[in-house]
Design a protein. Sequence first.
Length: 66
Amino acid sequence: MSRTFAYIRVSKYSQDTDNQIGEIETAGFSVEPHRIIREIISGSVPTNKRKGFSLLEGVREAKNML
């Protein structure tokens, strides 16, 4: 059973993530809403300082332990 997760980010509160979800779906992926990690944070912040990205890394590490 395959599970797809998505990390989507915008830089400003005035932006939304709808277009990113659309791109994921256009690419042929189906992501359940509870498996989408959304974050509003500047792109200048390193990935290891982003809480949402760290969550996604945790999912990847757990998968590798199986």
